[in-house]
Write a protein that binds this ligand. Structure first.
Ligand code: 2IT
Length: 441
């Protein structure tokens, strides 16, 4: 690590003790940018690293709401407005019991560089709550969303901060949140993305994260003169992101042979089909959060209770669930089974040990902030359509997404060659830093 980065990082460790996810994400970026810091002394005199690691603003608030029994429940809501150098704060809302400030700061920090890579004018932000929608009724989710937005609405706006979905926040939650924003602000504009088709949503947004990730993998493969058809792919998770990856990979002739839920994983040697992919998504949205019924429905597939999906041999592994879901042991198993490529689709899905192992073994590894940027990129396209009071066709959105993913891939390669971690961090960082310097203090 560069001496300046080391100093800032030591201070950060002291002041953010216990925020392990946040510190992990900062360390990864700082480890990548030594050559950039060496080349430009202004980065230190403008205190860019300090200013990039202290969120511009953190909003934290109480969310009291009424459950189905008429009892009062209380959660904590957050919005971390991390960096606005490149545009309005932009990034998802996560509703999960594991949400805390460390997680949201790591996600907001990552989002800043990811959004920079998209080529679109978006700053970085993230928010959410420790509310878990699983097992809640529709009315309870609506009550919670209304209460959450009752405070959040005053801090966001189409040119200020534009939240979207993340874990636990899908089309239903965005609908309730949008309705409440509209009532409180007496205005109808694109203050959230991931909206429903017909009331401001963009075609292709639901698929975008997964489709973009597969386009990125295609670019990685083409550098090896290979293509995705026939490749064995293992994914983790079975939510929106896993669905998008499975759908796109399957349509391009790849064989998606395994996915996972919190209860274990499904092995389907025959490979997934569009019908199977749709059923996987149905299982996730059922609210029961179990993958096991897939094996009862589709003959030939098997369920492995409480085991990690990374023991399944594959050509390409694509974690699609949550941060740090793939550790050093999992990486060693994948490597021993001959994995050729790992593309993180979840944010920081691999632990540092896993990422280092892939790099040391010469296994192509690309980080979430590049691979999954298609999701927020199409959110950016949704903002453009809302600002222009119109809609683009699915083909137009897809063409733009393909161009964006190709540009992100090129930027990573230009800055890092086969080291996609360094490439993404350097390319993302440079643009944010230049804007911060130009905008002064
Ligand atoms: O991690 C992410 O990039 C997202 N959850 C999507 C953010 C967005 O604003 O679409």
């Amino acid at each position: 690590m560069h001496e300046y980065a080391q100093r800032v990082f030591s201070e950060l460790q002291k002041k953010n003790a216990g925020e392990s996810e946040f510190l992990q994400s900062v360390e990864e970026v700082f480890d990548s940018i030594t050559s950039v810091l060496d080349a430009d002394p202004k980065l230190e005199s403008f205190r860019i690293l300090e200013r990039m690691t202290i969120p511009e603003r953190i909003i934290s608030f109480q969310v009291p709401w009424i459950d189905r029994n008429g009892d009062i429940q209380v959660n904590t809501g957050y919005r971390v407005q991390f960096n606005s150098a490149l545009g309005p704060y932009k990034g998802g809302l996560r509703f999960a019991s594991s949400v805390n400030l460390s997680v949201l700061k790591f996600l907001g920090f990552e989002q800043t560089f990811k959004n920079s890579l998209t080529t679109l004018p978006m700053g970085g932000g993230k928010g959410g709550s420790d509310f878990d929608p699983r097992g809640r009724t529709d009315v309870e989710v609506m009550n919670f969303c209304n209460a959450f937005m009752r405070e959040l609405y005053r801090h966001i706006g189409p040119d200020v901060d534009v939240p979207a979905g993340d874990l636990g926040v899908g089309a239903r939650e965005i609908g309730y949140l949008f309705g409440q924003y509209k009532r409180l602000s007496h205005s109808f504009h694109g203050v959230l993305t991931g909206k429903g088709l017909g009331w401001g949503g963009s075609l292709g947004r639901a698929e975008a994260t997964g489709a973009g990730a597969v386009y990125f993998v295609e670019h990685m493969l083409s550098r090896k003169n290979e293509n995705i058809a026939g490749k064995r792919i293992v994914i983790s998770g079975f939510g929106n992101v896993a669905w998008g990856v499975a759908l796109k990979a399957t349509s391009l002739g790849a064989k998606v042979v395994a996915f996972s839920g919190p209860d274990g994983y499904i092995l389907d040697e025959a490979g997934m089909t569009p019908e199977k992919v749709a059923y996987m998504a149905e299982l996730r949205s059922s609210g029961k959060d179990i993958a096991a019924p897939y094996a009862e429905k589709f003959a030939g597939s098997k369920f492995f209770a409480s085991r990690k999906v990374w023991e399944v041999p594959c050509d390409i592994a694509m974690p699609c669930a949550i941060q740090n879901e793939l550790n050093g042991d999992d990486a060693a198993t994948l490597a021993a089974n001959g994995v050729k490529m790992v593309a993180e689709v979840s944010n920081m899905g691999c632990t540092p040990e896993a990422a280092h192992l892939f790099r040391d073994k010469g296994i192509a590894f690309a980080p979430g902030k590049a691979v999954n940027a298609g999701g927020v990129a199409v959110s950016g396209l949704e903002m453009s359509q809302n600002a222009a009071h119109g809609y683009w066709s699915a083909a137009e959105v897809d063409a733009k997404l393909r161009t964006i993913m190709s540009d992100i891939h090129s930027a990573c390669v230009a800055a890092g060659d086969w080291d996609y971690v360094a490439g993404a961090n350097i390319a993302g960082f440079r643009k944010v830093a230049a804007a911060m310097i130009a905008q002064g203090v």
